[in-house]
Design a protein around this ligand. Structure first.
Ligand SMILES: CC(C)(COP(=O)(O)OP(=O)(O)OC[C@H]1O[C@@H](n2cnc3c(N)ncnc32)[C@H](O)[C@@H]1OP(=O)(O)O)[C@@H](O)C(=O)NCCC(=O)NCCSC(=O)C[C@H](O)C(=O)O
Ligand SMILES: [Mg+2]
Length: 324
């Protein structure tokens, strides 16, 4: 329980702070919808967000089949009993020319996914195309003011440079037309490397600038920032290292491709126990010092002032949201 005097700081603190139900996306797991055996495992999957995948995890020759399986899964799976916090559906991009066929097929399902996930959003104009395709095949009523959230992918140099306009247009579409609300943005590092001609490495220095720019832009709009995929499935130490780095830089989660990656990532996207204790104690100490008129004071040998309080509140808020 936070001291009352601290509550007023919360409306101003950094990070993701949508008052609506927060969906943790520490681990966002792709499940190719062309693979029925994998789809059958969805109810037990402990990833925070499980993504029924229609895009790059599905071969061109299997797209039609995957669409039918994804639509059937949406109707069959009881969302409230799933082990995950969110069942998403990643469709194909505008530039692929496959999006409309995806929407025609999945709009036959009675249910919407809990999140629509749209890759390779390259410019604000893509949003107009996306919105028009959804309106045409779902009809206005089914896509207006629903609980379904929107997650988009930034995966090219052009998109990274234009990201503030892309994000603003997406948020405006919700404000003005009631279209799905943008909740998180994902950095598609593999497509990004292909786009800029970089060679991918396990240490990831080739995407260092892009990841830092990306996370800064997400946080400027108070959106969740989801980090790159780590494709070396067997290298869990490397995954742990890259996850810890992402967490330290301000990412809120990471994409995963294999069930074995889920717990490693989830663990790294929660602060360690001693950091949680530090945050809780700091908040109480801040409240006591504030009552005495002190904005700066010593705590465990460090100078504490308001920015440190805000960092501690980030930690407390995240832990509460993951546990509730
Ligand atoms: C990469 C894989 C093809 C590996 O699959 P497989 O060879 O079957 O692995 P295993 O033998 O180790 O599997 C063990 C069991 O686990 C199940 N499994 C594996 N992966 C998944 C999964 N993702 N979801 C559900 N279940 C899974 C197997 O079926 C085995 O089960 P059992 O036989 O009963 O023991 C595979 O992991 C995979 O397809 N992963 C997803 C790939 C994908 O979707 N890629 C696209 C998304 S990444 C991306 O696009 C990044 C971004 O956009 C960018 O540009 O950077
Ligand atoms: Mg991609």
């Amino acid at each position: 329980m936070l001291p009352k005097t601290i509550i007023r700081h919360i409306s101003q603190f950094a990070g993701v702070r949508d008052a609506a139900k927060y969906v943790p996306r520490r681990a966002l797991l792709y499940v190719p919808a062309s693979n029925q055996k994998m789809l059958d495992k969805v109810p037990m999957m402990q990833a925070d967000s499980v993504v029924l995948e229609l895009e790059d995890g599905v071969a061109l020759t299997a797209k039609a089949d995957a669409r039918v399986r994804a639509a059937a899964a949406l109707d069959k799976l009881p969302y409230h009993t799933l082990a995950c916090q969110e069942l998403g559906l990643r469709v194909n991009s505008v530039s692929s020319g496959l999006l409309e066929d995806d929407i025609i097929a999945v709009s036959k399902a009675e249910k919407l996914p809990q999140a629509f996930m749209i890759p390779k959003v390259d410019c604000p104009e893509d949003l107009v195309t996306i919105y028009n395709i959804f309106r045409e095949h779902y009809g206005d009523e089914r896509i207006t003011n629903t609980n379904t959230r929107l997650v988009i992918w930034i995966e090219s140099a052009r998109a990274l440079l234009d990201m503030p306009r892309i994000v603003s247009s997406t948020l405006n579409l919700h404000k003005q037309a009631g279209f799905f609300k943008l909740d998180a943005v994902v950095f598609g590092s593999d497509d990004f490397c292909a786009d800029i001609g970089a060679t991918r490495s396990s240490h990831g220095t080739e995407t260092l600038f892009a990841r830092q720019k990306f996370v800064t832009c997400c946080k400027a709009f108070q959106l969740q920032a989801i980090d790159s995929v780590y494709i070396d499935i067997k290298d869990l130490d490397g995954l742990r290292r890259q996850s810890a780095e992402g967490w330290q830089w301000g990412f809120t989660g990471k994409q995963v491709i294999h069930p074995s990656q889920v717990s490693v990532v989830q663990e790294q996207f929660l602060p360690p126990k001693d950091r949680i204790e530090w945050a809780q104690e700091l908040v109480h100490a801040y409240s006591e010092h504030e009552a005495l008129g002190k904005g700066a004071f010593q705590f465990r040998g460090q100078m504490i002032d308001r920015p440190l309080l805000l960092q501690a509140l980030n930690i407390i808020q995240l832990v509460e949201r993951v546990q509730n």
